[in-house]
Design a protein around this ligand. Structure first.
Ligand code: PGA
Length: 246
C-alpha cells in the first residue's frame, strides 16, 4: 500500500506561506512512491490550488449541508470549487472545541464524498480514556459511528490521533500504536470486507522527522497526519523521505 503523508496546517498560514506549499509540492516530486497532501486554512485553498493545480490541496473541515443558513461555515461543494481535492473531518480539536458528534462527522464525510473530495476521518482517545484502559473501545466506537456505510478505500483514509499526543511531543509506544491500528484494521475488514484491508490508516500526533521511520514501520500504519511539522519543507520532507524508505 502506498504511504500517505498529509499535512494539517490548522489555523496557521497567510499568503506569503504559499511559498512553503510550493516548496513542499516541488520536493514531494522526488518521492513518487509516497502520496502527500496539505490541508490548509480555508483562506489559502484557492490561492494554493491556483498556484499548484497538480498538487493535492485539502481543507480541514466542511459542513454537512451543501448550502443554507449556517453562518461562518463552508460546504464541501464550496471547498471543491475553491480547488480542494480532500478534507479532514472529525479532528479532535473540532470534536472538543465545536462539540462535533460522531453523527455529524459521518454526515460531513458523506457530504465531502458527494462533492468529490477524498476524506480523512480522525479518531482518537483522550489521556483520561487511555488511563482508564478505554482507548480501543473509544476509538472503535468513534470509527463505527463516524464512518458512513458507503466508506471505500478509493476516497477514505482513517487517522488515529491520540488526543494527548497532538502537539505535545509525546507519542504512544510502538506496541500501543500497533494494537490500535490493528483493531481499526480488523474493524474495517469486518465492516467493509476486502476493501477494508485497503483503507489507509494514518497515525497522527507529534510525528516528526525523528520518529517517522519507526512509526511508519509499525504494521497497519499506512501514513501520517502531520500538524506542526507540516508547516515547512524542512520539517515535512524528512517524514516523506522516511515514508519512502519504509
Ligand atoms: P501535531 O498535530 O503533528 O502537531 O501533533 C497532528 C494533528 O493534529 O493532526
Amino acid at each position: 500500500m502506498q504511504k500517505f503523508i498529509a499535512g494539517n496546517w490548522k489555523m496557521n498560514g497567510q499568503l506569503p506561506d504559499i511559498a512553503s506549499v510550493k516548496a513542499i509540492a516541488a520536493a514531494a516530486q522526488n518521492y513518487p512512491s509516497v502520496d502527500t497532501a496539505l490541508c490548509l486554512p480555508a483562506t489559502l485553498i484557492a490561492p494554493a490550488a491556483s498556484a499548484l493545480p497538480d498538487y493535492p490541496i485539502g481543507a480541514q473541515d466542511c459542513h454537512s449541508a451543501v448550502s443554507g443558513a449556517h453562518t461562518g461555515c463552508i460546504s464541501a461543494v464550496m471547498l471543491k470549487e475553491a480547488g480542494a481535492s480532500l478534507s479532514i473531518v472529525g479532528h479532535s480539536e473540532r470534536r472538543a472545541a465545536q462539540h462535533e458528534s460522531d453523527a455529524e462527522v459521518r454526515a460531513k464525510a458523506l457530504a465531502a464524498k458527494s462533492a468529490g473530495l477524498s476524506v480523512i476521518v480522525c479518531v482518537g482517545e483522550t489521556e483520561a480514556e487511555r488511563d482508564a484502559n478505554m482507548a480501543v473501545a473509544v476509538v472503535l466506537r468513534q470509527l463505527d459511528h463516524s464512518l458512513p456505510d458507503e466508506a471505500a478505500s478509493d476516497w477514505l483514509s482513517v487517522a488515529y490521533e491520540p488526543v494527548w499526543a497532538i502537539g505535545t511531543g509525546r507519542i504512544p509506544s510502538a506496541g500501543d500504536v500497533e494494537q490500535i491500528h490493528g483493531a481499526i484494521r480488523a474493524d474495517l475488514e469486518a465492516r467493509f470486507g476486502a476493501d477494508g484491508a485497503k483503507i489507509r490508516i494514518l497515525y497522527g500526533g507529534s510525528m516528526n522527522g525523528d520518529n517517522a521511520a519507526s512509526l511508519l514501520a509499525i504494521p497497519n500504519v499506512d501514513g501520517g497526519l502531520i500538524g506542526g511539522a507540516s508547516l515547512s519543507a524542512d520539517k515535512f520532507m524528512p517524514i516523506v523521505a522516511a515514508a519512502a524508505a519504509v
